[in-house]
Design a protein around this ligand. Structure first.
Ligand code: FES
Ligand code: FES
Length: 172
């Protein structure tokens, strides 16, 4: 394996939301900084920068991962999905996003990209996820605003819809 000199920049190439991207990164550059500052994709948020809050969660090769604990050079050749890749079309939201909107699953929205990427992974794999499963998935995310109840409501509604059991009914 080639040694990575701390002072050298490396070309990093991967697939971001289905499209090839590339840029230069020092070996110590975090994936969060690469996404936001090199590629200009600011949908992924940065909170604690040490793996606690979950705001920076993206999907790497299909699995949720903390982008603040991942080096950009580690994702060479990987498939990365971020919140910018969730909507199926510019004028359409995903089922999960629609449920968050309908049930007020966000307030300031700081935690939201990370939570969406975690829940998207769980519900795409297991639309039959139980309330406990969803709570477990959310346990890696801090939200200072909502008290989590509307997030749970949105996630359960999205799961129902993904199972084909009815449409989102907006909260009054
Ligand atoms: S910014 Fe990555 S876990 Fe908080
Ligand atoms: S909506 Fe503000 S931190 Fe979650």
């Amino acid at each position: 394996m080639p040694r990575l000199g701390a002072d050298r920049r490396h070309e990093v190439r991967f697939t971001l939301n289905g499209r090839p991207v590339e840029g230069e990164a020092e070996p110590r550059m975090l994936l969060t900084d690469f996404l936001r500052h090199v590629l200009g994709r600011t949908g992924t948020h940065v909170g604690c920068e040490h793996g606690v809050c979950g705001a920076c969660t993206v999907q790497i090769d299909g699995a949720p991962a903390r982008a603040c604990l991942t080096l950009a050079v580690q994702v060479e050749g990987a498939e990365i999905r971020t919140v910018e890749g969730l909507a199926p079309a510019p004028d359409r939201l995903s089922v999960l996003q629609e449920s968050f909107r309908a049930h007020h699953g966000l307030q300031c929205g700081f935690c939201t990209p990370g939570i969406l990427m975690s829940l998207d992974e769980l519900l795409s794999r297991r639309p039959d996820a139980s309330e406990d499963d969803i709570r477990h998935q959310l346990s890696g995310h801090l939200c200072r605003c909502t008290g989590y109840a509307p997030i749970m409501k949105a996630a359960l509604d999205a799961a129902r819809r993904l199972r084909g059991e009815g449409e989102t009914a907006a909260d009054a």
